[in-house]
Design a binder for this molecule. Structure first.
Ligand code: ATP
Ligand code: MG
Length: 382
């Protein structure tokens, strides 16, 4: 373990680094670490000290300060960990003040220094067994939600059948990089860097049979010829369905994890299973299922109206042992915002659906952290 804490004292002596020495009133860094090693990350099932989350620990008289470095800025239990850590240290006799800083450093999927796409730590595919379930809506809102949490995020539209993300993000042809010279610079909207197959392929009126063969090449180009910079997450909107095009795309993009979007009907359930199997076939971990258009909230009495048979996504998740990341209810502002290029998380941040998207984004980030953590553990063992 490196020397990640320092002990300052009024006499100005240098920190010794053994953690045992008493400071003015008896509080030691070792005591602080012992207290923090009782605080567990509920997702990773290990304590903050052995996870190496505690940085810059310093004890100055009765005042303790440290930083907790999480694996994602979109951590669903950030506030809880902060207060548990603070309380644990506060309980040490002699401590009068605790200063906790929260930061994060997103880990990659265990590729080490060799990231499949330079600078991009994680690629998350958004798939669905069938079209029209709200996959693109989910991709857009999750990307913006992660960016709002402070992550650096890219969004890639890989839907050959009808790239729609540019429109949904309010990016028009005048926002595109002036030329596709050596490297494309993605336009940034709502804090998200956006690239679309639509920027490369001939216009969407070209039949898909013609566009199909161009896709492999275009996807390569999108990944390698785009100046993504440093990205924590690159969200990829895959075409709907589970055909060869989807499979080859999923393989080409060296995906860290996938989410599957569905609607609550039973018929949709069969398609979810197909999508899950597709990702399994190419060894992409499925981070979870998202159920969209789950229900309608009565605008007057706020009662929940299940338009479709309810709970399909949750049932599929139980059946397949895959996390259920959450549901998004129906809201007419979603299609309106889609046409206007403003995702609901921006146009109506206080809406129920914006909150649902934010929670799902955090749950997804947490799942990815777990997958990456497990991979890193396996690497140490092997
Ligand atoms: N929760 C929701 N409430 C109301 N409308 C929604 C919701 N989610 C999506 N929609 C609308 O449903 C339509 C389909 O959504 P979207 O385009 O995101 O689906 P998709 O699965 O990407 O479709 P495609 O298969 O065509 O790519 C859009 O008009 C969108 O605005
Ligand atoms: Mg779509």
């Amino acid at each position: 373990m490196g020397m990640f804490w320092s002990k300052k004292s009024s006499s100005g002596e240098k920190p010794t680094g053994n953690g045992q020495e008493l400071s003015g009133n008896g509080v030691t860094p070792a005591q602080v670490l012992a207290a923090l090693s009782k605080v567990k990350d509920p997702d990773l099932h290990r304590d903050l000290v052995s996870l190496n989350f505690i940085k810059d620990l310093s004890v100055e008289g009765s005042k303790v300060s440290f930083t907790i470095e999480l694996t994602t800025p979109a951590c669903p239990v950030k506030a809880r960990l902060e207060s548990e850590a603070r309380n644990a240290v506060m309980a040490i006799p002699g401590v009068t003040e605790v200063d906790v800083k929260m930061t994060s450093r997103v880990q990659s999927a265990g590729f080490g220094d060799h990231l499949p796409v330079p600078g991009v730590k994680n690629i998350i595919a958004v798939g669905s067994g069938k079209g029209g379930v709200g996959k693109s809506t989910v991709a857009v809102n999750l990307a913006v939600a992660l960016a709002e949490c402070g992550a650096s995020v890219g969004l890639m539209d890989a839907d050959i059948y009808g790239p729609s993300l540019a429109m949904m993000m309010g990016v028009s042809s005048k926002d595109l990089p002036p030329s596709y010279g050596k490297k494309m610079i993605p336009p940034v909207r709502y804090g998200v860097k956006l690239i679309s197959l639509g920027f490369l392929l001939p216009d969407t009126s070209t039949p898909v049979v013609w566009r199909g063969p161009m896709v492999g090449k275009a996807v390569d180009q999108l990944l390698t010829d785009v100046e993504w910079g440093e990205l924590d997450y690159l969200i990829v909107d895959l075409p709907p369905g589970t055909g060869d095009a989807q499979l080859s795309l999923a393989q080409k993009v060296a995906v860290s994890g996938a989410v599957v979007v569905t609607t609550p009907q039973d018929v949709a359930l069969l398609d979810v299973i197909k999508a899950i199997n597709m990702f399994k076939k190419v060894n992409i971990p499925v981070l979870g299922i998202i159920e969209n258009m789950s229900y309608l909230e009565c605008p007057h009495c706020h009662e929940r109206i299940d338009l479709f048979k309810h709970g399909g996504g949750r049932r599929a998740s139980q059946q397949y042992g895959i996390p259920f990341l959450g549901e998004i209810s129906l809201n007419p502002d979603i299609p309106i915002g889609g046409d206007q290029g403003i995702p609901i998380i921006k146009s109506h941040p206080d809406s129920q659906q914006a909150r649902q998207f934010m929670e799902i984004a955090k749950a997804m980030a947490a799942q990815l952290s777990m997958v990456n953590y497990e991979k890193s553990m396996l690497k140490i063992i092997n």
